[in-house]
Design a protein around this ligand. Structure first.
Ligand SMILES: Cc1cc2nc3c(=O)[nH]c(=O)nc-3n(C[C@H](O)[C@H](O)[C@H](O)COP(=O)(O)OP(=O)(O)OC[C@H]3O[C@@H](n4cnc5c(N)ncnc54)[C@H](O)[C@@H]3O)c2cc1C
Length: 415
């Protein structure tokens, strides 16, 4: 069923171009093309646009990062060369100005991350949808894309789009309840286009916690830790969940951890609960605090370990070491065994997707001329920190500009 417009079954949508997927990528691409005077129809399978964008705003909408573009590009690993022109064209400065233009000025947090002042996505999305409406973009919701007919025409349940140029912005496969369920993969592959397997990125990992840990400490953050795996070490926060660990520090190591688990099975990470002090300092504090105190109390009061930190230590050693030096060493390196990657449905982002060599430098599919791609459905990935939305927006602007050039060359009379 279509929502937000009157329609009859298989009604032709009209408009010069069709954008499929009304997440941040699709909405930005639609805005750029409509601003250039092209009539755009924006279609989404959900009843409301931008569901994952709203979800992203729940914990503080991290729009981009304030670091220089050169440094930012390194965050995209092997995709950085291909993303360079898009992010240079629409980088943090342009993104912040765009947000401000929608009445949502931004600020730089202590970690260099950029947020709208409201921290939330809701006011930004509301203002944005008004702008899209003012630009005359036709929005169709509740219409799911099912792939292409044998004649190469995109197929939906209730609408027909004919042979119009299309911009695909269907997202990844995490949090499928937001509409991004990766159902497009098989139909894209059926065209002979390479889609690298979708997998969880910036994801948590499963841990076989004791019932006490899973029940009492699920949802508790373990703040200001250093997390080490092999030669990788990051500072940040862990979040205990009933099934394992999540949080910024875990996400930052998730690619390396994912690769190791895929190759060898469960892996061990080390959590330093007091990364700013030495073992000797901790041992000295513990020796002088012990009299009459329980171990848990002296760990908390003398060594500054939080209750959830103590619980983490007890998961590793049900009987904590009595020797102060050994106990201090454990505070600095609590082993945690990660058994598996959390399901993709719980990940912040999706790695894999349409291989970047399947698109040309205008973001058009080489094997499907007139069809452009943007956002998370392409095979790039980055850590959290605003890099995901930054590349989502930048590829959308670049793909929309590619589509505009294509229209100039192929349909100059139509806009
Ligand atoms: C919990 C969480 C927090 C996050 N926080 C941040 C953050 O703070 N900063 C950051 O940079 N990134 C964050 N992200 C990541 C960010 O939200 C995504 O990278 C971004 O939404 C990708 O945008 P997109 O438009 O490519 O895809 P999506 O936002 O996934 O949008 C895709 C759209 O396509 C539609 N669609 C899919 N399939 C079909 C179909 N077959 N037919 C019709 N429509 C379809 C969907 O309904 C959806 O509306 C977060 C993600 C999560 C899950």
């Amino acid at each position: 069923m279509l929502v937000g417009m009157e329609t009859t079954p298989s009604r032709d949508v009209g408009g010069v171009v069709v954008v499929i997927g009304a997440g941040p990528a699709g909405m930005m691409a639609a805005e750029v093309m409509a601003t250039a005077g092209v009539s755009v129809t924006l279609v989404d399978g959900m009843r409301a646009p931008g569901r994952k964008f709203l979800l992203a705003g729940r914990g503080g909408l991290n729009l981009t990062h304030s670091e220089p573009v050169d440094a930012m590009l390194t965050r995209y690993g092997s995709a950085s060369a291909q993303l360079a022109s898009a992010i240079t064209g629409f980088g943090p400065t342009e993104l912040r100005a765009w947000s401000e233009g929608l009445g949502q000025p931004t600020f730089v947090g202590s970690s260099g991350r950029v947020f709208p002042q409201s921290m939330r996505a809701t006011p930004l999305l509301r203002a944005w949808l008004h702008r899209l409406d003012d630009l005359g973009i036709q929005r169709i919701t509740g219409a799911r894309f099912h792939g292409w007919s044998s004649a190469g025409v995109p197929q939906f349940d209730d609408i027909t789009v004919g042979h119009r140029p299309v911009l695909l912005a269907l997202g990844g496969a995490s949090w499928p309840g937001t509409g991004s369920e990766g159902g497009w993969v098989d139909s894209v592959r059926a065209l002979g286009i390479r889609v690298n397997p979708l997998r969880a990125a910036n994801s948590g990992f499963e841990v076989e916690w004791s019932p006490v840990m899973a029940q009492r400490f699920a949802g508790e953050p373990v703040k200001n830790v250093a997390l080490t795996f092999a030669e990788h070490s990051v500072r940040g926060e862990l979040m205990i969940s009933a099934r394992g660990i999540e949080g910024g520090a875990v996400y930052a190591l998730s690619s390396a951890l994912w690769a190791a688990i895929d190759e060898q099975g469960p892996v061990q990470v080390l959590v330093d609960l007091r990364p700013d002090v030495s073992v000797e300092w901790l041992a000295d504090r513990l020796v002088h605090s012990r009299h009459g105190q329980t171990q848990s109390n002296s760990l908390r009061k003398a060594a500054g370990v939080s209750p959830v930190g103590v619980a983490l230590m007890r998961e590793a050693h049900r009987q904590l070491p009595t020797d102060a030096h050994t106990l201090a060493a454990l505070v600095k390196a609590v082993p945690v065994m990660l058994t598996a990657v959390m399901p993709i449905a719980r990940a912040i982002s999706t790695a894999g997707g349409i291989a970047l060599n399947e698109i040309d430098d205008t973001w058009m599919l080489r094997k499907l001329p007139g069809t452009f791609v943007a956002g998370e459905m392409l095979d790039w990935d980055a850590p959290t920190g605003g890099y995901l939305l930054q590349a989502t927006f930048a590829t959308a602007v670049a793909a929309a500009q590619g589509m505009l050039r294509w229209l100039d060359a192929h349909q100059p009379e139509r806009h």
